[in-house]
Design a protein around this ligand. Structure first.
Ligand SMILES: [Zn+2]
Length: 249
């Protein structure tokens, strides 16, 4: 159980920028924070190492749940299947669909709610962000609102789902984190599991665009940092367009 008087929350913490910001935000609220990460066989397991380091340094209890046992249920994604090509270029409906892990957020939220009930926490914090161009169905406000309703009735004790950035863009989340003085060198975004971030996948490009929108420099090292990704207003050069599809949404 949690310590008696301080309200506790379970923060779904992937090691990425959004959940890193959510984690710090919950700590600044004075909550007793329990970080929860998932190993679902993602190619970018590097983010789990970053998450562990951050929690160690913050003195936050960190649990990594190995859900690879259900890999056979969720392996039809470029994120979890190393034999598949990782799409490059900005997110569009075609290349993004390849990076959807089936029912991911419902699975992760269900497990986080279970942990919250288990330790007597009243809340689950979750870094979904809507932005202007939300394409993942389970990052949409409608999904989160429905999950909030379920979390209120699924157990004897209601659990609140707190998604502070549901209607914020990546750039807005970063702006808040930078204002808090957070060091984003302690985050990992790239979908490829390489030593340096690739700078080419949709996730890297979105991250670089968020830094550019804030007039800030990303402290991460990149194997390639295309100019096009540094400015959201520019479309990628033809060479960066994945074969068979335009990255335009
Ligand atoms: Zn990348």
């Amino acid at each position: 159980m949690t310590h008696s008087s301080t309200p506790a929350t379970v923060v779904i913490y992937s090691g990425g920028m959004d959940s890193f910001t959510v984690l710090h935000r919950a700590l600044r609220e004075g909550l007793e924070v329990h970080a929860l990460s998932f190993d679902y066989g993602q190619r970018h397991a590097r983010e789990l190492q970053v998450a562990a380091k951050v929690c160690r340094e913050l003195g936050v209890p960190h649990q990594v749940v190995d859900i690879r046992a259900i890999h056979g249920l969720i392996d039809n994604s470029a994120l979890t299947d190393a034999s598949r090509e990782m799409p490059e270029g900005d997110y569009g409906r075609e290349n993004l669909a390849d990076t959807v892990v089936p029912n991911r957020n419902m699975i992760l939220l269900a497990l986080a709610i279970a942990k919250a009930v288990n330790i007597g926490a009243c809340r689950v914090d979750y870094g979904a962000h809507g932005g202007d161009h939300v394409l993942y169905p389970d990052c949409r406000p409608e999904f989160v609102e429905a999950m909030k309703a379920v979390a209120g009735i699924a157990n004897f004790a209601p659990v609140e789902i707190h998604a502070p950035y549901l209607r914020a863009s990546k750039a807005e989340i970063l702006a808040e984190g930078l204002a808090m003085g957070l060091d984003y060198a302690d985050t990992w975004t790239c979908y490829r599991g390489e030593a340096l971030a690739c700078g080419r996948c949709g996730s890297c490009r979105e991250r670089l665009a968020a830094f550019a929108a804030n007039g800030a420099t990303d402290p991460l090292g990149y194997s390639q940092r295309p100019d096009a990704a540094a400015d959201v207003s520019q479309r990628p050069a033809a060479a960066a367009t994945p074969p068979g599809g335009s990255p335009d949404v």
